[in-house]
Design a protein around this ligand. Sequence first.
Ligand SMILES: *[C@@H]1O[C@H](CO)[C@@H](O)[C@H](O)[C@H]1NC(C)=O
Ligand SMILES: *[C@@H]1O[C@H](CO)[C@@H](O)[C@H](O)[C@H]1NC(C)=O
Ligand SMILES: *[C@@H]1O[C@H](CO)[C@@H](O)[C@H](O)[C@H]1NC(C)=O
Ligand SMILES: *[C@@H]1O[C@H](CO)[C@@H](O)[C@H](O)[C@H]1NC(C)=O
Length: 504
Amino acid sequence: MGKLHVQVANIVIPVPATTEAKKSTRTSKLSALVGLAVFAALATLHYCSLHFAAAPRSPTTLRFYANITQPRGICPSVRGDASSYAGYIGLSGDTEDSPRRSFFWLFEAEEDAPNAPIILTFGGGPGTTGMSRPLNSQGPCLLTANDTIPNPDRVTQHYNLLALDHPIGTGLSYGLKVNNSQDSAVDVYDFLQKFFLLFPHLAKNQFVVLGGSYGGKYIPNVATVIQEQNEAIAAGKSTDAVHINLESLMISNPSSDPIAHYRWLLYFYCELHTVYDAETCTEMYAKLPECLDLIDASLQHTGFSDSANAARRAARESCSYIAWGGDTHGVMVENVHTRCDEENTLDCLPHFKWLDWYFHDSAVLRELGIPPFVNFTALSDDVEAEFAKTGDVMIPTHQLYEPLLAKGIRVLHFIGALDGNCAWPGVLSFLKLLKTPFQQEFIHAPDIPWPTADSDAATVRAVGDGAGKMTYILIASGGHFPQQDEPALVKDIMEHWINNRPWF
Ligand SMILES: *[C@@H]1O[C@H](CO)[C@@H](O)[C@H](O)[C@H]1NC(C)=O
Ligand SMILES: *[C@@H]1O[C@H](CO)[C@@H](O)[C@H](O)[C@H]1NC(C)=O
Ligand SMILES: *[C@@H]1O[C@H](CO)[C@@H](O)[C@H](O)[C@H]1NC(C)=O
Ligand SMILES: *[C@@H]1O[C@H](CO)[C@@H](O)[C@H](O)[C@H]1NC(C)=O
């Protein structure tokens, strides 16, 4: 491992100055992390400065790049300026010459931040910034066309929100990219290990992972790595790593199981709604068998050999035509009750453009400590292109939930009913097919109106005590980004879920 630069600037961490992070990270299962051994302790904390004591406990010293600021005046909240930390952590393989640096923004809970649950969130895509969810719906402030305003529906009232630009190449993260969700999950684990060395008092807190869309690929992979490493720690095989208190997962409109997705997509496009007209539906139904056969063929392969990648790329190409190849006559796929007559659909999703002005604003970049060579894009074509090389989108990830659920990790799906991008029938289908201890119960559970008995806002299908071990919520007026369409309702859902409170 090359010599890494360690630099921590402008960091204030609200823990006693005597706190020491003596942990180090060693893991045998993850080759990408081998070589990270000991982290120099967090010794003294001063306002606006943090020194690392050179106190290695083993011959190999873990030194990693971290440059963290406490931004001021760029995110007004209901309770004044939001309290947050933002910056970069160098991931495995990071060197001065060839950086691999993850940008994060931690928005602190307004109430009892040192003990509040942590919600880790990232974007979809692949290549969509993780800053969208905090700044467009769930963080302390909201973007408008030209301003930032306090957010009444912030989840940061009770929870710490840790937004990550993931994977590398997305948003403000920069450096050598990965080309699949499995490798990128190892990067997230590496990031979290280092994050909890910098914020050791948060490691004990309830930890929840939140995402949507391509998050349906990322989240099961990330949760699997965390769970496996936690087990290795518990078995004494990885004594130096930090245990992460993974408790549950929250997923909106996911892309997880390609088979269920495509089997049910045209039902949504053609039977439930008229995304395509009759002629296009006929054309696409005729192409569906080829798409499903190619997915089947790709599933005969595992791993990332040339033939496996090629089989998945073939399936992706054939199936993508069904989803995106037809004329929708102005129906916006992300919310079929909305019309979009623009050439570029993004013009109808202005939230992404608002991120562009915000992350090119010089005051914002200065407060966040963004180096001048980083040029923010809300959706990275380069990351998308990397993942396309392996056909990652065609790798099913839903079955990864089975061992997680069996081990007590709770899983919530909250789905906007009007989304045709990751449409609910495919999601409900794969959830019913999951082989879990409560499969039959889930299949037969009713969808009960919520929040009131005669409400048509949402329905809840829950199995297990409290908010459920496995729960499916359908949000009637939500699209691909239900948290943007129904922010108060989604906040309510998350508070029930994280506190594990019964719905009824
Ligand atoms: C901000 O945008 C709104 C809506 O487009 C517009 O009415 C207002 O004049 C703009 N304000 C500034 C300061 O540009
Ligand atoms: C850390 O970030 C600051 C901006 O916040 C920058 O001026 C400084 O050069 C960075 N340090 C390193 C070592 O990258
Ligand atoms: C940043 O990227 C945008 C869009 O790709 C481009 O228009 C702009 O010129 C770039 N800015 C810099 C400073 O490179
Ligand atoms: C994906 O990334 C790995 C690791 O960098 C590389 O070895 C592999 O060739 C890449 N796959 C493709 C299809 O580019």
